[in-house]
Design a protein around this ligand. Structure first.
Ligand SMILES: NC(=O)c1ccc[n+]([C@@H]2O[C@H](COP(=O)([O-])OP(=O)(O)OC[C@H]3O[C@@H](n4cnc5c(N)ncnc54)[C@H](O)[C@@H]3O)[C@@H](O)[C@H]2O)c1
Length: 324
């Protein structure tokens, strides 16, 4: 079965394309290449195009026979979204409508969507269940919530069936060393900490040391990118079996402090991470941890690479091998 993978030249999309091809699917990557990497498209054809261009999308939808779409394409920087909200609503939300219309015209009735824990905003309870209040605190999170809602309404109107996957913190790299995280600019903790340990960036900014956690730093739920990729394959299979539309958190259910992550980077690299202590950042919740049982029971998902050492070791190997 051919699967349309929008944003498949990016970090999570490329790992998912690999998992799809290992499971016997043919991933067809549709990516503008604005943030994608050609070298990351190894497991099926690359169709270069922008979701802002419905004609380009229509051509690709006509060329293949897709059994489902997996929708990763989006802008992903929370900070940038606060400064330039229009950019985020236009690309993430507006261009998702182009995709949904294209799928409807082409008769593709299944979609797996990359959502985020950012749709919850400041949590009222931790671990966070899927039916928690949805109150994003950034345009990025709000744009992802609007995408979720549009997908839901297209389901009601046209029968589109969907699995919305709300990732917590994606981290790590392909265990075989073929793929990894290569964001530009990078905003994620583990690659930034590795870069600081290796002297590639002067120091790591650690935002907030007065949170109510054992060491005062914020608590997050890190999930290995290959485990995320596996969840997408399971979600496609679930829809193939006729599963009804659903929303699943993807996290381990275990929280780690920023300080614990930095300590692990120091252990794995054998080097000190130079840290600059900075005040809390506005909008950063003290603790974001998934209530993660639904993905296990409904999809049969079980993270197997998401212990902190495996995450950091795989990220470190990739960082060294790709020498950036
Ligand atoms: N990285 C994380 O920790 C994380 C956490 C939660 C959710 N997510 C979601 O996962 C998805 C993938 O994240 P990522 O880290 O792999 O990002 P990424 O930037 O590495 O990949 C996104 C890809 O989408 C492409 N793209 C963007 N707009 C496009 C458009 N209009 N048309 C075609 N292609 C376009 C980019 O070129 C890029 O290759 C995003 O939707 C993001 O919101 C990521």
């Amino acid at each position: 079965m051919q699967i349309l993978v929008t944003g498949g030249a990016g970090y999570i999309g490329s790992h998912t394309a690999k998992a799809l091809s290992q499971a016997g699917y043919e991933p067809v990557v549709f990516d503008s290449m604005e943030y994608g990497h050609r070298a990351a498209v190894q497991y099926g054809p690359l169709e270069e195009g922008d979701l802002a261009d419905p004609a380009a999308l229509r051509r690709v939808l006509a060329k293949y026979s897709f059994g489902a779409a997996i929708h990763f394409a989006a802008y992903i920087s929370v900070g940038e979204s606060v400064r330039e909200p229009g950019k985020y609503f236009r690309n993430n939300f507006g261009n998702t409508l182009n995709l949904l219309d294209g799928l409807r015209e082409a008769g593709v009735g299944r979609i797996v969507f990359s959502s985020t824990a950012a749709v919850y905003g400041d949590p009222l309870q931790v671990p966070i269940p899927e039916d928690h209040r949805l109150q994003p605190v950034s345009p990025y999170g709000d744009s992802k919530l609007m995408m979720e809602r549009a997908i839901g309404w297209y389901g009601q109107a046209y029968g589109l069936r969907s699995v919305v996957l709300r990732y917590f913190n994606a981290a790590g790299a392909d265990p075989d060393g073929q793929l990894g995280e290569n964001h530009e600019p990078e905003t994620h903790l583990i690659p930034l900490a590795i870069g600081a340990a290796l002297g590639q960036n002067p120091e790591l900014h650690l935002f907030g040391t007065d949170y109510p956690s054992p060491d005062g730093t914020a608590v997050r739920d890190y999930v290995h990118v290959s485990d995320l990729a596996a969840a997408h394959v399971l979600a496609v299979r679930y829809l193939e079996r006729g599963g009804h539309s659903t929303v699943c958190n993807l996290g381990t259910g275990a929280g780690l402090t920023v300080r614990q992550v930095i300590d692990m980077v120091e252990q794995v690299s054998g080097r000190k991470v130079p840290v600059r202590l900075s005040p809390r950042r506005e909008g950063d919740a003290p603790e974001l941890v998934a209530e993660a049982s639904r993905a296990r029971t409904l999809l049969g998902w079980k993270p197997v690479h998401s212990d902190l050492r495996t995450i950091v070791e795989s990220a470190y190997r990739w960082h060294i091998a790709s020498a950036h």
